[in-house]
Design a protein around this ligand. Structure first.
Ligand SMILES: [Zn+2]
Length: 483
């Protein structure tokens, strides 16, 4: 497709989506309440955003950014939305908040205390990516609108009450149990947000949900059933630690590109533990190489009560502090790279090697077969990380060096290994076992997943529990009372 057609295609798609959302406006829907309108995260991973309308109150659950397209798509009449409930601080769940305020929303955004601490960092970061399209005042409104509610505490607002429960996906991440008071009865809806997988050593386990009429559930890995060697989170990382230890012992350095929020902290914790266990050589230096990651690690330290028993016991009151760890801004760690004569691990941003310090570290390491690149997260198609995992013989690396944009074709000799053990998402088995404990479910809406993943999960839910599981379309409005 040439450029002109591409542009036309994008404009046409946005117009169709926007008009779809506007058509679904509540003034056309009669009185079929309560209802959920799927304003994002429908048949796709990005942009989680669900409008719940009870007839008396309208509120959003999440207001996340899409991958690249459509961040300006906002539910119609945002001034009529009373509040937002935020499951967690990943930008695909909170990234459209400034746009929502810019469009006229003036309510509060309720979330857990760690989420309220992390969201400002994520919004600032996304603002610089979005080239300041949203006015500063709307960013400030979004930050001022955050109000934290502790896990397990019930909050009532008109006909709604809600409670955050632990989702084990990220520091502060919650699933939300919502009760809607009706004339005779109470309807319960549960929004899963993103659910954890039993891999994340720093976080307490996923809590059970006991009762719900409707479940809006993520399906990112709904089609994937993983085999794990152990039920103990730290044990699941032994293979990773052994690979890192072996590379370092053989004189190589290790590069671990990792997202700054959550993944970096999980990697640090696993490495610290396995250094103490002797699997990774003592004397290893671990560089955490991103100013944003350093800020977020600070927030993990501020909330020891929100971390796992394992984390509190291992770090004995001094969370994520270890003699091996050096927290640096990106330039200083790239500067020391190759000049230190101790086994070194570089945890760099970004996670897919496209930006920030990751490509610069790669340029210092790619030509030595003793060095090891550990991939610990999902790699988008076409990204440098994905090309390296797929073993392409020559790859183009774009990076900044001494203030200049550079690009070089390289033939990587570095060893590349991929590890699933850091996944922050529940696989099919974990999703099904969480759902199994919920009594009274009439219908499940599968969101936050590619359609092929969601379809496999829908069939499993129907076969195992006899519950109707549907995959909503973007912009679709579903009345719950009919079900
Ligand atoms: Zn998430």
């Amino acid at each position: 497709m040439n450029k002109k057609f591409k542009l036309l295609f994008v404009v046409a798609s946005v117009t169709i989506i926007v008009s779809g959302l506007r058509l679904a406006g509540k003034w056309q829907s009669g009185d079929d309440y309560p209802a959920i309108r799927f304003c994002g995260g429908a048949s796709e991973v990005g942009g989680s955003c669900y409008l719940v309308e009870t007839g008396e109150t309208s509120f959003l659950v999440d207001c996340g950014a899409f991958g690249s397209l459509g961040n300006d798509i906002i539910p119609s009449h945002p001034e009529d939305i009373s509040f937002v409930l935020l499951t967690h601080a990943h930008s695909d769940h909170c990234g459209r908040l400034p746009e929502l305020y810019a469009a006229g929303f003036r309510g509060k955004v309720f979330c857990t205390p760690p989420t309220a601490a992390i969201v400002p960092i994520m919004l600032r970061m996304s603002r610089s990516f979005k080239q300041k399209k949203v006015p500063e005042k709307d960013y400030n409104r979004a930050l001022a609108g955050l109000e934290s509610i502790n896990f397990g505490r019930e909050k009532r607002l008109k006909d709604i009450s809600f409670k955050f429960r632990r989702a084990e996906h990220l520091l502060g991440a919650a699933f939300i149990e919502i009760s809607i008071a009706q004339q005779e009865d109470t309807m319960k809806i549960v929004f899963s947000g993103d659910l954890g997988s039993g891999n994340l050593v720093l976080l307490p386990p996923l809590q059970e949900c006991r009762k719900a009429d409707f479940v809006v559930m993520e399906s990112t890995y709904g089609g994937v059933a993983r085999e794990y060697d152990s039920d103990i989170p730290i044990e699941r990382h032994r293979e990773f630690a052994q690979a890192v230890g072996k590379a370092l012992e053989q004189g190589g350095d290790v590069l671990i590109p990792a997202f700054t929020l959550g993944r970096t902290q999980a990697v640090i914790a696993v490495i610290d533990w396995y250094i103490d266990k002797g699997i990774i050589p003592s004397g290893t230096i671990v560089y955490a190489d991103s100013p944003t990651a350093v800020k977020i690690t600070g927030i993990y330290r501020d909330y020891p009560g929100e971390l796992s028993g394992w984390a509190n016991e291992f770090y004995a009151g001094d969370i994520l502090r270890h003699p091996a760890l050096r927290e640096t801004g990106s330039s200083s760690s790239v500067g020391v790279h190759g000049r230190i004569h101790r086994p070194s691990i570089f945890i760099s941003s970004s996670g897919d090697l496209q930006h920030a310090s990751s490509p610069r570290h790669l340029m210092k390491m790619f030509d030595n077969g003793k060095n090891l690149l550990c991939i610990v997260g999902w790699q988008p198609p076409g990204s440098l990380g994905r090309r390296l995992v797929e073993g392409e013989e020559t790859v183009l690396v774009r990076y900044r060096d001494k203030g200049k944009n550079r690009k070089d074709w390289i033939s990587p000799l570095i060893q590349v290994r991929k590890f699933h053990s850091f996944s922050g998402h529940a696989d099919q088995n974990a999703l099904l076992s969480w759902l199994k404990n919920i009594e009274g479910v009439k219908k499940v809406f599968l969101v936050h997943g590619e359609v092929d993943q969601a379809k496999v999960l829908a069939e499993k839910i129907d076969a195992q529990f006899g519950i109707d599981a549907v995959i909503p379309r973007l912009g679709e409005r579903v009345a719950l009372s009919e079900n």
